[in-house]
Design a protein around this ligand. Sequence first.
Ligand code: 5GP
Ligand code: ZN
Length: 105
Amino acid sequence: MENCLFCKIIEGEIPSQKVYEDDEILAFKDINPKAKVHILVIPKKHIESLKEISVEDEKLIFKMHQVLNVIAKEQGLEDYNLVVNCGKGAGQEVMHLHFHLLGNP
Ligand code: 5GP
Ligand code: ZN
């Protein structure tokens, strides 16, 4: 998607500190961390927000949760917070679905 910051990060046009990548999902460190560990987990498919998911995204959304758990473990987090801002009115600034993984090991 043109003019989408996170699509540009996926394409490598904008650098990021990647912590996980497969054919469907990318995870990278948030540029302005709100906790010791603050990682953004995003689908490579451009979906604006959780409000726009469809049935065909079922496996992808589940896999994003599995990836969250893998990364949390790798980062030494026994427990973590998952924040998903859904829509501009809720504080979503980047209109490409992303899960905030937050925790303090
Ligand atoms: P939102 O407010 O949309 O839920 O969260 C967007 C997040 O993206 C914010 O936590 C912000 O710090 C992060 N962010 C914005 N621009 C960049 C960037 O260029 N690189 C990285 N790694 N994170 C970014
Ligand atoms: Zn995008």
